[in-house]
Design a protein around this ligand. Structure first.
Ligand code: FCB
Length: 476
């Protein structure tokens, strides 16, 4: 629903009943990698291979949230959050990814849910945030169809055990990143560089989403909210009348980054425009698969970090701030527009991209609730001699993106919630502990948690259910 304009003090309000949360993922925070019957996931194997992760970091200990979840829930309560997005570690609750459950693993999540309930924090559970049981990888991983079936079985187990207590269920986190980084470029687990496997993984991830959605519906009480989280990247061309090839590149890039996953889920088809090398081969698509994939969901989870900008250019003779275009069309480059900053991840900071994305989704899928399930930035955080972490860059980033989100809601986007990535600094995949995304600083030597300035800022927004107006001329 939309709201009236700004309040008298200039603050931009969010819709009533808005979900305010923080997000994490099991492998990134839990640690306790071999505790209480957990077996290795592909991220355990991958992170232990020499040279795969910056400085050889692993998630063996991470933030030790497996043992410190009470403290972490208390932190969220102190910030006034009303929701927590976390993921369940598949090899913790079903070691090996098939067959018997591990009761101790389920008990951990039940205790976490009880703790959240005691503080009135509604859980949003992600079933797959990238930690596939290693045994399923040994059998082919997402490149084989049986993994989708195993995933639905696991979803039913988790929902059966924890279902009464969860507010929101997210099947998969960012299947685009799984297929691309895990199977095509190999910078993520399982580290494959195999275009055919990546195409197959695309289909089997989506099929897994559909089968799991069906399984969840049959196990969960009526009214349970089920959705999927996609990483979405607005593709932007500032020129009013771009050359044809730039417009073509815009459509191609949007199709390949966004449409390849949005269209099957929302409309039951793979986009006709995408390059054959990316679209699942038709021999993989059994009758009924696209209906399974596109069965109704209750919400779409949107992870937004950065857009892609395109202009005419020569990929063989790049100018400053240009890069080759990922769509590989001739005469076009990606670039950083003057005035847009990059985070330490190299990602463009562009809150207007979030605004455009939310309005576009509200047109593409009218009636579907949207949650921003991740948004945030890495920053070069440090503890001052006084013991504080004054992360001004992150405060500015959150301020600008929350303002864009509130504006989108005012202008008609069906935005129902926002989860900052992340509650805690944590194991940032290939970057290990070198990139900090938390609103709470983690001293990995002592596991001490120190809320940063961004945590106070976020708590203020949550309390007001509104974002204060941006200072005039705030730098991008
Ligand atoms: C997203 C992931 C999340 C985190 C952020 C920075 O792609 O879903 O786990 O790593 O990026």
């Amino acid at each position: 629903m939309t709201t009236a304009g700004t309040s008298p003090n200039g603050a931009l309000p969010f819709p009533p009943g808005f979900a305010w949360g923080a997000a994490t993922a099991a492998y990134q925070i839990e640690g306790a990698a071999s505790t209480d019957g957990r077996t290795p996931s592909i991220w355990d194997s991958f992170s232990h291979l020499p040279g795969k992760i910056s400085r050889g970091d692993t998630g063996d200990i991470a933030c030790d949230s497996y043992h410190r979840y009470r403290e972490d829930v208390a932190l969220m309560a102190s910030l006034g959050l009303n929701s927590y997005r976390f993921s369940v570690s598949w090899p913790r609750v079903q070691p090996g990814g098939a067959g018997a459950v591990n009761q101790k693993g389920l008990d951990y999540y039940r205790a976490l849910l009880d703790e959240l309930a005691s503080k009135d924090i509604a859980p949003a559970i992600t079933l797959y945030h990238w930690d596939l049981p290693q045994e399923l990888q040994d059998a082919g991983g997402w490149a084989v169809r049986s993994t989708a079936q195993r995933f639905a079985e696991y979803a039913a187990i988790v929902a059966g055990a924890l279902g009464g207590q969860a507010a929101r269920w997210i099947t998969l986190n960012e299947p685009q990143v799984v297929a691309n980084n895990g199977y095509r470029t190999g910078v993520h687990a399982p580290g494959l560089r195999d275009a055919e496997a990546a195409r197959a993984a695309t289909h089997h991830l989506l099929l897994g989403h559909g089968l799991a959605t069906g399984a969840l519906r049959s196990v969960l009480p009526a009214g349970a909210a089920i959705g999927i989280t996609l990483d979405l990247h607005p593709v932007r061309v500032p020129e009013a009348v771009p050359p044809d090839r730039v417009e073509q590149a815009r459509l191609a890039t949007d199709t390949e980054l966004n449409g390849l996953f949005l269209e099957p889920v929302l409309h039951g088809r793979y986009p006709s425009r995408a390059r054959a090398v990316l679209v699942p081969h038709e021999s993989l698509i059994a009758p009924g698969d696209l209906e399974t994939i596109s069965q109704p969901i209750d919400f779409l989870g949107v992870n937004y970090y950065s857009p892609v900008y395109l202009r005419a250019g020569d990929p063989d003779d790049l100018r400053r701030n240009e890069e080759p275009a990922r769509c590989e069309l001739p005469g076009v480059v990606e670039y950083r527009p003057a005035g847009l900053a990059r985070t330490p991840m190299g990602w463009l900071v562009d809150p207007d991209g979030l605004y455009d994305l939310l309005l576009r989704l509200s047109k593409d899928a009218p009636g579907l609730s949207l949650y921003i399930t991740e948004n945030g930035c890495a920053a070069e955080d440090y503890v001052s001699p006084e013991g504080a972490v004054n992360d001004v860059e992150r405060v500015r980033f959150l301020h600008q993106h929350l303002e864009a989100a509130a504006r989108a809601a005012k202008d008609g986007a069906r935005l129902a919630g926002y989860y900052v990535w992340s509650l805690l600094d944590n194991f940032e995949w290939g970057w290990g502990y070198q990139k900090r995304f938390g609103i709470v600083f983690v001293d990995y030597e002592t596991q001490r948690r120190i809320p940063k300035s961004s945590a106070s800022f976020y708590a203020q927004v949550v309390r007001a259910n509104a974002v204060p107006s941006l200072p005039d001329g705030a730098p991008a």
